[in-house]
Design a protein around this ligand. Structure first.
Ligand code: NAD
Length: 263
């Protein structure tokens, strides 16, 4: 059974084959969806275009989400190509690398603005355009991280931006629910990707979480994609405004020390 047969999905945030957005695009395609891809900057075209061809995706458009004109243009093209869409995937985040090391109190005004604009506001900006292409309802999903709720070393201003993203998810869910559009977020555990590589000490983070998470391992892109699949398919029909964790259970721990260390 194909869970997304007849569905059309727009996926933002593919940079390379390690991107969470790419794993989601692959899974959606495998489940029968017609998929469109968007990437941020011209330099990424040479990586994204071959991936799209591999998947048989013909809608591949550049969109820097800091530009309203580029967002308008990509949705205009999506309207011409798909006429309507059912699914929006937002897997985009950015903060200048100097903000993802050292102390949070050193965050610059510009670093704060950029992180908020690209990592949080862009979900709202994409949702407001996607609404016009979802006359029969749909599903939207974004990617967040536990650093929105708890202090994680070096995550700094990105944690603040993710907190705004999670709150935006709830406000969007309340506004778009009457349009039969569900809006959710997936809180993924650490995965080695381009974005993650920008966080100082990321390898240590992976090791720490993998050792202590209830499942005693890290998660991968495919596991995030499987959760995106149920949220964006009919399997998730009653779920909106949620932050769904795909983190091997790490977030439930009040004292993240494996019990064997006490034995
Ligand atoms: P990634 O680097 O593959 O994806 C991030 C994407 O954001 C890239 O495609 C990049 O081009 C895009 N982007 C940055 N600035 C942009 C702009 N101005 N306009 C348009 N796109 C822009 O890394 P990823 O880990 O797949 O990240 C996807 C999402 O998952 C992000 O929101 C990230 O915070 C989130 N996430 C990642 C992890 C992890 O450990 N990798 C954990 C939890 C959440």
């Amino acid at each position: 059974m194909s869970l997304l047969a007849g569905k059309k999905a727009l996926v933002f945030g593919v940079a390379n084959k390690y991107s969470i957005a790419w794993a989601i695009a692959e899974m959606f395609k495998q489940e029968g969806a017609d998929v469109g891809l968007s990437y941020a900057i011209p330099q990424l075209e040479k990586r994204v275009q071959p991936l799209a061809e591999e998947l048989g995706v013909t809608f591949v458009e550049k969109c820097d989400v800091t530009s309203d004109d580029e967002i308008d243009a990509v949705f205009e093209k999506a309207g011409a190509h798909f006429s309507e869409i059912d699914i929006l995937v937002h897997a985009i985040a950015f903060a200048p690398s100097n903000e993802l090391e050292g102390r949070f109190y050193n965050t610059s005004r510009e670093g704060f603005r950029v992180a908020m604009d690209i990592s949080a506001y862009s979900y709202v900006a994409l949702a407001q355009r996607a609404l016009n292409l979802m006359p029969n309802g749909g599903s939207m999903v974004t990617m967040t991280y536990y650093g929105a709720e708890k202090v994680v070393p070096h995550y700094n201003v990105m944690g603040v931006a993710k907190a705004a993203l999670e709150a935006s998810t709830r406000y969007l869910a309340a506004d778009l629910g009457p349009h039969n559009i569900r809006v959710n977020a997936i809180s993924a555990g650490p995965i080695k990707t381009l974005a993650a590589a920008g966080i100082a000490g990321f390898r240590k983070m992976l090791g720490y979480v993998g050792e202590r998470a209830p499942l005693r391992r890290n998660i991968d892109q495919e596991e995030v994609a499987k959760t995106a699949l149920w949220l964006c398919s009919d399997l998730g029909s009653g779920v909106t405004g949620e932050i769904v964790y795909v983190d091997a259970g790490y977030h439930i721990l009040g004292m993240p020390e494996p019990p064997e260390k006490w034995e």
